[in-house]
Design a protein around this ligand. Sequence first.
Ligand code: AMP
Length: 429
Amino acid sequence: MPTFRAPRGTRDLLPDDRAVFDRLQRTAASLTARYGYRGIETPLFEQTSVFERGIGEVTDVVEKELFRLAPRSEEAEAWALRPEPTAGIVRAYVQHGMQTWPQPVKLTTTGPMFRYDRPQAGRYRQFWQFDVEAIGDPGPAIDAEIVELGHRFYTETGVKGVEVLVNSIGDPACRPAYMSTLVEYYRAHRDALPPTELDRLERNALRLLDSKDPAMAALNAAAPRITDHLCEACAAHFASVKAHLDALGVPYRVEPGLVRGLDYYTRTAFEYYVAGREGQQQALGGGGRYDGLVALLGGKPTPGIGFGLGLDRVALVLAEQADGEAPLADGPLAVVVGADPEDTASRLKIATDLRAAGLRARADLARRKLGRQLEAAGKDGAHFAVIVGDELAHGDVQLRDLLAGTQKVVPVDDLARDLARAEASHKHG
Ligand code: AMP
């Protein structure tokens, strides 16, 4: 038999991992509801050109990392798995005429993204993002609101020491002049450029600034900074974003080298890091303003801003910061056990009724001795054992409180109510 394994760069979320993701998704859902975002689901794949046009052809994501689906002969369209959610959501905004809805349209989604990247720690070919998009508001106040929302996500999920890096990357009015300055700078150092970067220099010099090649680090640190070349409108916008962040008390640092890997960003760009762990592989999440994207995908010019926060990396950091403390599994509240190993029907019926009443219950369906059943209930972390014995003939069972070590006779008809009460008294002491 061959040994089957999950595809390279993917991983299985086992129940403990899935429980962490559930908690992250619940936090995301609670936050976005409070901030007025509504859910959206777009397909996991789109026409390739949605990404090529939206994200930009000279980007790592499109050039190297796009998961292209092999076209079937009868299909005219080329498809690719989504590397990020924004392009697909903006495609949906245009397709469904959302520009006629009250603006901004605030949308959120959480799900898997796909990038054909070289797998390493914290970098997978299938990973999860929690994403928000606010389309139709030019900012700057909403920029700060979104940066704060992302920061609050980390606070509420319990990640410690998260810092926000912010930058402005200009707009079509000021970026071209800056780009010329940047190209001149790199041309003057062309001998130091690795071949791939040399090739990109003439096509999209901004990409060199966030190159992952270590050979570029020193050169990039000394490169001209976009923040010194912003036009008046972009500079005023950036100043106002910072003033709003100050007013909200969000801890942030201006990082002029932060340009983000995707072409569609304008003005505000931001990333979240655990302080002291800045670097390409370590970003917990990031986002930015994309005032040109709706028009690029065929809509009328409409500003927008959003973020994508990687859930896999949050889970990794939470595990590191918890220092080996395993998350508590959601075990059953009660396990129904019985003196007659063969009478699985009675145990299953009682557990089924408890579940119907809204309680977490498990029936012991292994035909084993009562002592073994009780032992297993303890290992499961159950708070109560419901013991089925001869009393069942009169409609009663024994309810054992496994935490308190007490036991009493309870009519089956009152069992759900008594269990809920007993559990409530555990919680309130
Ligand atoms: P990006 O749009 O590339 O900045 O991605 C936003 C966030 O998604 C990052 O900050 C990461 O947390 C996460 N992310 C991006 N690519 C990957 C990947 N290959 N594996 C795991 N997480 C990723």
